[in-house]
Design a protein around this ligand. Structure first.
Ligand SMILES: Nc1ncnc2c1ncn2[C@@H]1O[C@H](COP(=O)(O)OP(=O)(O)O)[C@@H](O)[C@H]1O
Ligand SMILES: O=C(O)C1=C[C@@H](OP(=O)(O)O)[C@@H](O)[C@H](O)C1
Length: 299
């Protein structure tokens, strides 16, 4: 069943109204949307070939050697315009291989599953779902933090499995951002393997910086509660918690069909740090890795 035709998602108890989670207009509006999108892409393509638009707006930290080599191979993305074009082109290419299969993003907390997943869904014309948001709706709007606090992690994990089951058995053409811990239950992999799973592999230090910036309000497992945490800064507390979690489940992420390593993209592009990467660049790499997975699958 396609997400375009079904708007309600039934859990064991209440109905979930999927319209709240859809990323873009569907149905007959889609034709108009596409032709507008094509027009926009043509405008972006023209902009791309104007020399003054080829400058990098984000002041990349490239060495001259890397810079010229990358410019020659055309692998350097110069601006948001270029990113958008390449993203769209990659999405169209990979879509031909997918046969409507869904994508499941896995990765540690804060790895960008939601941010990158939304970009991928928009580029593919797929519907985006955030597994945590579905669980909150299934629990009548109870937040993830409250579910952990009042019902415990085991109830949360049950709801997570239910959500993945329903998504994988009911929908095609969706991109799902899973919770960081979805990988620990083998049954969840059974559901995710109905589609293609993509691991966003981000160094723990980068995750800790992101988490320290946004806080741990919505991520109960990252709240500092070890003895002595009070005296440490938010980055150190997050890094310690992430390291403990990683030791317990790092291995489980390797079950994914495709791996997107931020360190690999960073060195491929000649950037200095993974924090130089934009979510769109990561989405492009995700499409490339999915394509190579599907090509290998077909051999
Ligand atoms: N490539 C990126 N560079 C910098 N910050 C990012 C990137 N991707 C995501 N973020 C930020 O990190 C935080 C966590 O991202 P999110 O997409 O919610 O991760 P997840 O869904 O994996 O938990 C958010 O504040 C988001 O804006
Ligand atoms: O890693 C985990 O076990 C969890 C990750 C969270 O999702 P994000 O990965 O989106 O933060 C959320 O599902 C819950 O707090 C548990």
């Amino acid at each position: 069943m396609e997400a375009t035709t079904v708007h309600r998602f039934q859990y064991s108890s209440p109905w979930i109204d999927l319209r709240n989670f859809e990323g873009k207009p569907r149905g007959s509006l889609q034709y108009n949307h596409r032709s507008k999108e094509n027009k926009r892409l043509r405008v972006l393509a023209l902009a791309h070939f104007q020399p003054d638009k080829r400058r990098d707006h984000r002041q990349r930290s490239l060495s001259d050697k890397n810079s010229s080599a990358l410019l020659e191979t055309g692998s350097l993305l110069h601006s948001p315009f270029d990113e958008e074009l390449v993203l769209k082109r990659k999405a169209e290419e990979v879509k031909q291989y997918l046969n409507g299969r869904s994508m499941y993003l896995v990765g540690m907390m804060g790895s960008g599953k939601t941010t990158v997943g939304k970009i991928m869904a928009r580029a593919l014309g797929y519907t985006f779902f955030d597994c945590d948001a579905l669980i909150e709706q299934a629990m009548n709007g109870t937040s993830i933090a409250e579910i952990f606090e009042h019902f415990g992690e085991s109830v949360f994990r049950e709801k997570e499995t239910e959500a993945l089951q329903k998504l994988s058995l009911t929908y095609h053409q969706v991109v799902v951002s899973t919770g960081g811990g979805a990988v620990i239950r083998p049954i969840n992999w059974k559901y995710m393997h109905n589609g293609i799973s993509i691991w966003l592999d981000v160094p723990l230090e980068a995750l800790a910086h992101r988490i320290a910036a946004v806080g741990t309000h919505s991520r109960p497992l990252l709240r500092g509660n070890d003895d002595g945490d009070e005296s440490k800064d938010a980055y150190t507390v997050a890094l310690n918690r992430l390291s403990t979690i990683w030791d317990a489940r790092g291995e489980a992420y390797t079950n994914a069909s495709a791996r997107v390593s931020l360190e690999n993209i960073t060195s491929k592009r000649g950037y200095r740090s993974v924090s130089d990467l934009t979510p769109a660049e990561i989405a492009i790499e995700a499409f490339e890795q999915v394509q190579s997975f599907v090509e290998k699958e077909g051999l």
